[in-house]
Design a binder for this molecule. Structure first.
Ligand SMILES: [Fe+2]
Length: 376
């Protein structure tokens, strides 16, 4: 099936470096040499982004570095692996590691990372992807996970990172939306391929949605049972500010492409868990879409749930899907996110969430105050 990625870059010929087909298992691990963040300081400038094609120049890093972040969070599709061959996946990580802008970032800024479908290994893939355990090992090697990291051995690369200083705590939640995910539910395309179906709609002058739909089955899940137990325990921990760093959009309500909204049970369970654990001070950042937007869920939520989507670091998308929870305008050129966090007020944490373009210009901005993010 053809999906969003294929439409734009179907025939991209990738000049691969450092990998050789048939060398799987024999080659040394591909590592990025990234720095791990110090956990005894509270970050004040967190940059983030997603969707970086390694075979094209990545000029965005100039603007990222000019913003002087003290942490960068990779939200997935950090490379376009798209393979069932470990040697190809490793070669594409090596290609990314050779990007000069990434190398400068790596040398100056500590990083955290999650994966999405393309660096997990396959377009829109879930639990069924046969190379997931190997991909997990390659991901952990590349992103500098210690040998004893639980991310290497559990059912996915999910993690929680806590920064604390002066009696205050920032929790960064990094869920894995791939490893345990039930296959995504497709629209009935009448036996046609998505391309043919979409072209037919277009010829008829109709809007072309993505190929997916919402799955109301309570058994369908993105996180899986064990990761849910882990997330519930994390949200019950005390924190002044929480960032849910999700590879897919959490709040947007368009189910045509992948998002939390496609998994009705998980989407609802997240809202319920924030409420039941009284997880104050949480907002989301997300990637994947190839455009940037701010979304806010104000009804049937424990408090206004914000989601600041930044995508892509290199990628764009030809149309803007609907999203009734969008706040303001979307931004449809390459971009990164920047969170400026003010810890100076003992009564609240203030966050300025921005999306910036390749020149560093601010294209989306929203201010948050944790006094407005409290379960009532
Ligand atoms: Fe993706």
């Amino acid at each position: 099936m053809t999906t969003r990625r294929d439409i734009l870059l179907a025939s991209a010929a990738l000049p691969l470096m450092g990998g050789a087909a048939g060398m799987a298992g024999a080659a040394p691990a591909v590592v990025s040499g990234v720095r791990r963040p110090a956990l005894d300081r509270l970050p004040q400038r967190i940059a983030y982004g997603s969707c970086a094609e390694g075979a094209v120049p990545q000029p965005i890093w100039e603007a990222v570095l000019a913003a002087d972040p003290d942490l960068f969070i990779f939200l997935g599709d950090n490379i376009y692996g798209d393979t069932r061959d470990p040697a190809v996946l490793e070669a594409k990580y090596a290609q990314f590691a050779a990007q000069p802008g990434f190398r400068r970032l790596r040398d100056r800024v500590p990083v955290l990372a999650v994966w999405d479908d393309h660096d997990y290994g396959e377009d829109d893939a879930g639990a069924e992807y046969p190379m997931k355990v190997t991909s997990q090992r390659i991901f952990c090697d590349f992103w500098g996970e210690p040998a004893d990291s639980p991310r290497r051995t559990r059912d996915g690369i999910y993690d929680s990172v806590e920064f604390s200083a002066g009696g205050r705590r920032l929790q960064v939640l990094l869920p894995d939306l791939r490893f345990n995910r039930t296959p995504i539910r497709m629209l009935d395309l009448g036996g046609k391929t998505y391309d043919d179906w979409a072209a037919e709609l277009e010829r008829a002058g109709r809007t072309v949605p993505g190929p997916y739909e919402r799955n109301p089955d309570p058994q369908a899940t993105m996180l899986g049972a064990r990761q849910w137990q882990w997330l519930e325990a994390q949200l019950a921990r005390p924190a002044d500010l929480r960032i849910l760093a999700s590879s897919l959009q959490v709040v947007a309500d368009f189910p045509g492409w992948e998002a939390w909204i496609n998994y009705a049970e998980d989407h609802q369970r997240l809202l319920q868990t924030i409420r039941s654990t009284r997880a104050d001070g949480l907002f989301c950042i997300s990637g994947d879409t190839h455009y940037a937007e701010a979304s806010c869920l104000r009804t049937n939520a424990p408090y206004p749930l914000w989601d600041f989507t930044s995508s892509g670091l290199t990628e764009t998308w030809p149309v803007l899907p609907p999203n009734s929870r969008r706040v303001g305008e979307a931004w449809r050129e390459p971009n990164f996110g920047l969170l400026q966090i003010d810890w100076s007020d003992a009564a609240a944490v203030r966050v300025t969430a921005q999306v910036r373009d390749v020149t560093g210009a601010v294209r989306i901005e929203q201010r948050l105050d944790t006094r407005e993010l409290r379960v009532t």
